[in-house]
Design a protein around this ligand. Structure first.
Ligand SMILES: [Zn+2]
Ligand SMILES: [Zn+2]
Length: 198
């Protein structure tokens, strides 16, 4: 199934192809950096759920294609390390998270960029239920019973297994985020540092 992708304002668009609930992980991440990112973009109200979680679906780079206004794509990295966070600069909509290596066949696409209504379906119909609420260590308020302090082993193993299968099939490319020749990100990530709080 193909799922339309679009930023909040509708300028940056794309499509996620051949998506099946069994082919990825749908989870929420409540970690401090995902929350800091949402606040940095000034869109925490639309990105984060009640518990400070971001609803993300894991797919492979070759499944994601941009179709309109890629010039609005931006990239940043919090604290100068870790995950590359790609977003639409036109309206500060989170678009995707990747690791910094082009060789890893992983893209986490947040709910904010997936336009389920655009093809007349719901997120549950497209992706199935949330498999786990992870990183509850940083969660806000009283967490639901299915929240985990970090991440359950079954999800980590499932994630590694999906990565392994994708690696076997060479699904790290083509990637819309990395240059096929150099393996470098197509944009130099903006490095964002937390202001020291007293
Ligand atoms: Zn936009
Ligand atoms: Zn996170």
């Amino acid at each position: 199934m193909d799922i339309p992708l679009k930023c909040h304002c509708g300028l940056l668009r794309g499509v996620a192809r051949d998506i099946r609930p069994s082919g990825g992980n749908r989870l929420t991440c409540m970690c401090d950096t995902c929350q800091a990112y949402a606040h940095h973009l000034g869109r925490a109200d639309t990105i984060l759920d009640l518990y400070g979680g971001t609803d993300i679906f894991q797919m492979t780079p070759r499944q994601l294609t941009f179709t309109e206004s890629i010039e609005h794509l931006r990239c940043l990295q919090l604290e100068g390390r870790g995950v590359l966070r790609w977003y639409a600069g036109c309206c500060n909509t989170p678009v995707a998270n990747t690791v910094s290596s082009a060789r890893v066949p992983f893209v986490g696409v947040p709910h904010t960029f997936m336009d389920h209504a655009g093809h007349g379906r719901t997120r549950e119909e497209d992706l199935g239920p949330i498999l786990a609420r992870t990183m509850g260590e940083y969660g806000i308020g009283e967490l639901p019973a299915d929240a985990y302090y970090s991440a359950p082993m079954r999800i980590m193993l499932r994630s590694l297994w999906l990565l392994f299968l994708a690696w076997l099939k060479g699904q790290h490319q083509p990637s819309p985020f990395f240059d096929a020749d150099t393996g470098k990100p197509i944009l130099e990530p903006e490095l964002v540092y937390k202001e020291k709080q007293i």
